[in-house]
Design a protein around this ligand. Structure first.
Ligand code: GCV
Length: 646
């Protein structure tokens, strides 16, 4: 398939190795047809041949005898033939893209491997609106243009971009997508009923690549859509309404994945209005979905967003754990508790959410944000693979990846020609998809994989430069923004650019408590909010202790004087100055590096990257100067190196 859209990590060239060979495909069904179509297109392009009979160089076969789990495939080579086998068509599709990713390596030497996804749930969550929201626009927190699904209140007529997108997601190992915003407004609510045809049309595009569609629904649907006087989860009429509505959904979309629900969060309705628990609410929907094999993703992003900043006893970081741990074991088996990776809200540095390690009797999925709401909004290069890898490897009793059933990635794509606004932001979606399949993958190796696929055959100098620019770009962003894990300091509302006190006296619960003497949030058990107590050993003690708390999270857990000496030897205030200067220098270095190689890529890509880097530098300087000036003025401590602070 050759599409008109930016090929991202599936350029034509990526199919050369496969497409120049004799390729056999055995098995029936939609996904096998997809593989056959892919093979035929690649062979037409590169001179190979589909080989249904006779000799072949590579064989893809679904075989029911194979002792393989769902989605698993074997990948072996001997006697000059590469063989991919799976027990189900989904496994074969994954095996097909594995061969594409391997390129010539798939046809050299002998090997015998098995590949299975570590996490069965690998969902990309869109925050797309049907109607353009007056504040949030077509895509909430979207930085890549309009929605690829809807435009100005209507489903797009031409869904070929959706098909191309499904193909990209499948090539990374994604198997599920939620098509609309978790904040469900009036028009979006109707997708469940009157507008289910739009969901069905999108499901048709995704189905061809083995991706099941999920829908975000409002908990108040029985009232808003059903005309009932209540949405009480224990009310028989409400149960019957959901059962009927869900049955109708499955009549249209037999492979429908399930619902995503943001309830009792940031103004969305939920079971608390009826004095019912989150378990009551989630189980209501789970019951309706169970007969069809559907699941409900129930989000744990629940906190008081109308907090009084004067009240020092309320701590937003505590909220998800406090709400949900008492309910462990009370959720139906087809409820997936969807937990943001940190206890706050996708900040550049947060500890891992303690809730991820505290729900042994509940299926849990970890939620990460590819859309760069708080990490530069796809104007800044910020490769997040290393952050997510740290989360997935974080050792509770077992690593997080061994505790969760799934990984949910908030999408970063739109109708932008490069899909993601910043062309290099594609790497985040790719890395998230691949980490969901195998959380043990090295994020730097994944970056190399993405670069090699996206820029095949290019000068090695280009690949090295991209690696140099993107590797540790997360840490670069961290250096010039909010320091030492304290978070936020962004402009309220749109969340781009610095505003140190922007959220300080607001109801959102995101404070840094800087005064003339010091900064940070005391979350200790001894003198603070007690949040450290939500962690098991050894973390509860490591975070509690000023001496043992990692520097990068110091201000998340402790309020300290500016003269406090970090483990790296600098005082807090000097560290703030140093990192803010260093962060900007790093962006300057990125720009120089890009200038050396930009002539090696397509002009439009080069221009877009150059434009974004210039904005990144402007913004980084703004962050540096505001943050440094703020702390210089508060503390009165001059920079030990005498650099210019305003
Ligand atoms: C979809 C943050 C964002 C909101 C988002 C919310 C969520 O607060 O700013 O735009 O809403 O997270 O994850 O539900």
């Amino acid at each position: 398939m050759i599409s008109d859209f930016h090929p991202a990590w599936l350029p034509v060239e990526a199919f050369r190795a496969l497409g120049s060979r004799r390729v056999q495909v055995r098995g029936e069904g939609l996904l096998l047809d997809t593989v056959r179509t892919e093979v035929a297109a690649a062979c037409r392009r590169f001179g190979g041949a589909p080989a249904d009979t006779g000799l072949c160089d590579v064989s893809f076969a679904v075989s029911s005898q194979a002792d393989l789990a769902p989605e698993e495939f074997t990948y072996a080579r001997g006697e000059g033939v590469t063989v991919v086998r799976a027990a189900d068509p989904a496994g074969l599709l994954h095996g097909f893209f594995h061969v594409v990713r391997q390129g010539e390596r798939a046809f050299a030497g002998d090997f015998d491997e098995r590949h299975a996804p570590a996490l069965p749930i690998r969902l990309v969550s869109h925050w797309d609106n049907v109607d353009v929201h007056p504040v949030m626009g077509q895509v909430e927190r979207g930085y890549a243009g309009g929605s690829i699904f809807w435009s100005a209140g209507r489903l797009r007529e031409d869904l070929s971009r959706v098909r191309a997108y499904a193909r990209l997601l499948a090539a990374g190992g994604i198997n599920a997508v939620a098509i609309n915003n978790v904040n469900v407004h009036e028009a979006e609510a109707q997708l469940l009923t009157d507008r289910i045809g739009e969901v069905a049309a999108l499901a048709e595009q995704f189905r061809a690549y083995g991706i099941r569609v999920h829908l975000s629904v409002t908990f108040a649907a029985p009232i808003a859509l059903g005309g009932l006087p209540t949405a009480d989860p224990l009310d028989e009429r409400v149960r019957a309404w959901w059962a009927q509505a869900t049955q109708t959904v499955y009549a249209r979309i037999p492979d429908f994945g399930g619902y995503v629900v943001k309830a009792d969060s940031e103004g969305q309705p939920g079971p608390s209005a009826y004095a019912r628990s989150h378990a009551d609410g989630a189980n209501l929907l789970a019951e309706a979905l169970a007969p069809f094999g559907g699941v409900v993703h129930w989000r744990a992003f629940v906190y008081n967003h109308r907090q009084d900043w004067r009240d020092r006893s309320t701590d937003r970081a505590r909220a998800a754990y406090d709400h949900f741990t008492p309910l462990d074991g009370r959720f139906a088996p087809n409820v997936i508790l969807q937990v943001k990776h940190g206890p706050m809200d996708f900040q550049v540095r947060e500890p891992v959410s303690p809730l991820l390690g505290a729900m042994p009797s509940t299926p849990v999925a970890v939620e990460v944000q590819a859309t760069q709401e708080y990490t530069g909004q796809q104007r800044h290069v910020c490769y997040l693979g290393p952050m997510w890898s740290e989360v997935l490897r974080f050792p509770f009793a077992r690593p997080v990846a061994g505790l969760v059933q799934g990984m949910v990635t908030v999408a970063n794509v739109g109708d932008d020609p490069f899909w993601t606004g910043h062309p290099l932001a594609q790497a985040n979606l790719y890395a998230a998809a691949r980490l969901g399949w195998n959380p043990a993958l090295d994020p730097l190796a994944l970056l190399d994989e993405w670069i090699a696929l996206t820029f095949p055959g290019h000068d090695p100098a280009l690949r090295e430069a991209l690696r140099a620019i993107m590797d540790e770009s997360w840490q670069a962003y961290e250096r010039y923004t909010a320091p030492l894990g304290v978070g936020f300091m962004v402009r309220p509302g749109h969340h781009y650019g610095p505003d140190v006190d922007g959220y300080e006296y607001t109801p959102w619960g995101t404070y840094h408590f800087a005064d003339r003497d010091g900064i940070g949030v005391d979350r200790t058990r001894a003198t603070g909010t007690g949040f450290t107590g939500q962690y098991p050993s050894p973390w509860r003690d490591a975070y509690e202790s000023l001496a043992d708390c990692p520097d990068e999270l110091l201000l998340f857990f402790h309020h300290v004087p500016y003269a406090h000496v970090l483990r790296n030897g600098a005082t807090v205030v000097q560290h703030i100055y140093d990192t803010h200067f260093a962060g900007v220098e790093r962006v300057e270095a990125m720009i120089l590096r890009w200038q050396q190689v930009s002539g090696l890529v397509d002009e439009a890509v080069a221009a877009r990257i150059a434009e974004r880097l210039a904005e990144q530098l402007r913004s980084a300087e703004e962050w540096r100067d505001q943050v440094n000036a703020y702390f210089y003025r508060k503390s009165g401590v001059p920079d030990a190196r005498g650099r210019r602070i305003y």
